[in-house]
Design a binder for this molecule. Structure first.
Ligand SMILES: [Zn+2]
Ligand SMILES: [Zn+2]
Length: 422
């Protein structure tokens, strides 16, 4: 968690400044010329001109990740109805060995991923727990966004089979590509389309603690989840003695209890409490109870789950985390669990080492652009271009003089010689 952009200050200098500040505060206080500076003030905090050293926030792109450290960022913690404050399920796991993994990519979450200032080249591994839109609805945005940002490697997607072929991840991705037939065709010859490739690994949703990924010291396992229909799974990532567990969506189940016990970070759904579904969303009581406690895990059940697996940090997500819901949810969880707990909301960040887990919020820059790729941008191949019909082409108003000038000026700026299209 090394902060690279903060001014370095050596300990003896800091101590000397602290003494000066203390003395200043002492005499200043005595002479009654204004408010006294606290005698125990941190030198950096007390200064009217220096940066505050211990800012308790995460600015994406501003910190090195320690080689033994795991950083997890909530890029979606809400519901199928994405909203400005919370996208749907998505957690980014970054490891000190350089690997990055995305767990679920729910509606609205690609925007949060982009705010993390990571070149798309590194955002190429996605693990999808089940095929509800709030868990994979932004796969297209990551996929096509990655193509335009010059990701020159395939997007790799891991996900479960279903009880029938059409309920599995392979079917879903193949048909997503079908859905984007026009998108793909329209970009051929205009941008390089190498990144359009998707490699799908479909595994048996019934597999228990089976390794589905193993590389570079990272092992990812799958366990069955119980949610709505056969097919959902939960994931467990092990690396460097640290264990990350992600439920996606599930009713409390025996596989989770057995295989996530003692996890360093255990992220489990804790759905909107039944009362809130009735009061705030006008659900019928019957539906609120069924969906809130049978299809999903309610806050009270979540507390029970965590009290059994005893993680170093329990993370509740999958609810609208607002001033009028948080207290009720917490009260229900605390009836059954009194351990370390984060009530997740978007942009919450956990830094995890063997010694310490810190929880902070990220502060993002809404004006960010996609980070330049780590590889040189490949040009489009004009031979791939499909082009227009005579009918549509015949409707163009070319403003040839204006375009000629744009080409001329741009070529001059960049020292190039790109011919104006005829
Ligand atoms: Zn679901
Ligand atoms: Zn869900």
């Amino acid at each position: 968690m090394k902060k690279t952009k903060l001014a370095a200050i050596s300990m003896p200098v800091a101590a000397a400044i602290a003494v000066v500040v203390y003395l200043f505060g002492f005499y200043h206080g005595q002479t009654n010329e204004g408010p006294a500076v606290l005698s125990n003030a941190n030198a950096s905090v007390a200064s009217p001109v220096n940066a505050v050293e211990d800012r308790d926030v995460y600015y994406p792109g501003s910190e090195d990740l320690g080689k033994d450290e795991m950083r997890v960022i909530a890029c979606g913690t809400g519901m199928p109805n994405a909203r400005p404050k919370q996208a749907a399920a998505c957690f980014l796991v970054e490891l000190g060995n350089g690997d990055k993994f995305i767990f679920d990519i729910g509606t609205g979450s690609a925007e949060r991923l982009s705010a993390m200032l990571i070149p798309y080249d590194y955002l190429d591994k996605v693990f999808i727990g089940h095929l509800h839109a709030d868990h994979f609805g932004d796969l297209d945005a990551l996929w096509v966004g990655g193509v335009l940002a010059n990701r020159q490697r395939p997007l790799r997607v891991w996900g479960p089979s279903g009880s029938e072929e059409k309920y599995g991840i392979k079917y879903a991705v193949e048909h997503m590509k079908e859905m984007f037939s026009w998108d793909f065709a329209s970009r051929q010859g205009n941008v390089n389309t190498v990144g359009f490739k998707i490699e799908v690994t479909e595994f048996d949703y019934r597999a228990v603690n089976k390794v589905i990924y193993e590389k570079n010291g990272v092992t990812i396992r799958t366990i069955p989840a119980i949610h709505a229909l056969d097919g959902p799974v939960s994931f467990i990532l092990d690396w460097n003695g640290l264990k990350f567990a992600f439920s996606s969506d599930t009713f409390p189940n025996k596989w989770w209890m057995k295989h996530t016990t003692g996890a360093d970070l255990a992220i489990h759904e804790s759905f909107i409490a039944p009362n809130d579904l009735v009061n705030l969303q006008k659900w019928a009581v019957e539906d609120a109870l069924n969906v809130g406690t049978q299809v999903h895990t309610s806050p009270a059940q979540f507390g029970k789950v965590m009290s059994e697996i005893n993680p170093r940090m329990a993370v509740a997500y999958h609810f609208f985390n607002d001033h009028n819901t948080i207290e009720g949810a917490l009260r229900l969880i605390r009836k059954t669990y009194d351990g370390p707990l984060s009530m997740a909301t978007d942009y919450m960040v956990w830094n995890i080492t063997k010694d310490e887990i810190t929880t902070r919020m990220a502060v993002v820059d809404e004006d960010i652009w996609p980070l330049p790729s780590i590889t040189e941008k490949l040009p489009a191949d004009p031979k791939d271009k499909i082009g227009f019909s005579d009918f549509i082409y015949g409707g163009r108003v070319p403003y040839q003089d204006v375009v000629n000038k744009v080409y001329e000026d741009t070529n001059k700026t960049f020292g190039t010689d790109v011919p104006t299209p005829k």
